[in-house]
Design a protein around this ligand. Structure first.
Ligand code: PLP
Length: 282
C-alpha cells in the first residue's frame, strides 16, 4: 500500500482513510498541521517540526493525543509502510468530531490524521532559473505563527498568483513584506540577509531557521526585520525558503525583473545558500 493513511492510531490505505463530517476540522477549520519531508528516507528536522506541532496545538488549547516520541514512531512506521524512496508526510490534528457548536466540546477526543505520499522534487529548472512571484495584500488572521488548517487566504492568494503566471504569492501587510503563501521570503541587500522577524505575522519556518544558520556560517550579516515593499522590489536578491521549495530564487516580482542589477537572474548569495542547503541535507 504505497500512499498511506492513518486515522487515530490506525494505518490503512489512503483511499480508505476517512473522518466524520462532524469533525471540527471540516466544520470550522478547528485544527493544526505539519508537513515533513524525507531526505535519504529520513524525516528532515523532525524534532523542529514536532516542536512546532506542539506549539500550534497549545496555542489553540488542544492537547495532542501523543507525545513527540510517539508521533515520531508513527511517522517512521508510515514511511516504512509506504516504501517510497522519499516521502512527504502531513500530520493533522483537529478538536475532533462533535455536534456543531462554536464552543469546545466537553469530552471529545482530538482527531489525528497522517498521510504519507511520495515526495516528488521540484522541477530542477525552477531551482536554477528562479521563479516569478506576485505581491498581495496580507488579509490573513493575526496569528500566522500557528500552523492552522485554516488556509483560505493562502489558497486564494496562490490561486491568484497561478492565474497571473506566478509561482508564489508574497503577502504584504501595511507596506511590509511578511512571507509567501507556502514559504518564507528573504532578501539580500548591500551584503546583508534580511527576513521578517519571528512573531505573529509569519510562520516560523523550519527551513528559514536552517538557512539563517547557514547564512551566518557563510559570514553573512543576518537582520530579522520587516522589509518594505519598495526595498523588496529593489533588493539585490530575493529568494523563498520552505519544506517544498527549499531555497528558491525569485527573478520576477509583479512582472518586473529583479535580482542583481535587475537582471532577472538568481544572485550569487542565493546560489551559495542553495548549495549550502543541499550540502546540509546531504
Ligand atoms: N510560511 C507559510 C505560510 C507556510 O505555509 C510554510 C510552509 O508550509 C512556510 C512559511 C515554510 O515553513 P517550513 O520551512 O517549515 O516548511
Amino acid at each position: 500500500m504505497p500512499d498511506i493513511g492513518f486515522v487515530n492510531g490506525r494505518f490503512l490505505p489512503l483511499e480508505e482513510a476517512t473522518v466524520s463530517v462532524e469533525d471540527r476540522g471540516f466544520q470550522f477549520g478547528d485544527g493544526i498541521y505539519e508537513v515533513i519531508r524525507t531526505y535519504h528516507g529520513h524525516p528532515f528536522q523532525l524534532d523542529a517540526h514536532l516542536a512546532r506541532l506542539e506549539r500550534s496545538a497549545r496555542a489553540i488549547e488542544l492537547s495532542p493525543p501523543w507525545n513527540v516520541q510517539q508521533w515520531a514512531a508513527y511517522m517512521r512506521d508510515g514511511i516504512t509502510r509506504s516504501g517510497y524512496a522519499e516521502s512527504k508526510v502531513y500530520l493533522q490534528l483537529t478538536r475532533g468530531a462533535a455536534p456543531r457548536d462554536h464552543v469546545f466540546p466537553a469530552s471529545t477526543k482530538p482527531t489525528a490524521v497522517m498521510t504519507v505520499r511520495e515526495m516528488k522534487p521540484m522541477e530542477p529548472v525552477l531551482q536554477t532559473a528562479g521563479v516569478a512571484v506576485m505581491t498581495m495584500d496580507d488579509w490573513r488572521w493575526g496569528r500566522c505563527d500557528i500552523k492552522s488548517v485554516n488556509l483560505l487566504p493562502n489558497i486564494m492568494a496562490r490561486q491568484k498568483a497561478k492565474q497571473a503566471g506566478a509561482f508564489e504569492a508574497i503577502f504584504v501587510r501595511g507596506g511590509q513584506v511578511t512571507e509567501g503563501s507556502v514559504s518564507n521570503v528573504m532578501v539580500v541587500k548591500a551584503g546583508r540577509l534580511l527576513t521578517a522577524p519571528e512573531g505573529e505575522r509569519i510562520l516560523s519556518g523550519v527551513t528559514r531557521t536552517i538557512v539563517l544558520e547557514l547564512a551566518k556560517k557563510e559570514g553573512l550579516t543576518v537582520e530579522e526585520r520587516f522589509v518594505s515593499l519598495d526595498d523588496f522590489i529593489r533588493a539585490d536578491e530575493i529568494f523563498l525558503t520552505g519544506t517544498t521549495v527549499e531555497v528558491l530564487p525569485v527573478i520576477r516580482v509583479d512582472g518586473k525583473a529583479v535580482g542583481p542589477g535587475g537582471s532577472g537572474k538568481p544572485g550569487p548569495v542565493t546560489q551559495k545558500l542553495q548549495a549550502a542547503f543541499q550540502h546540509f541535507v546531504g
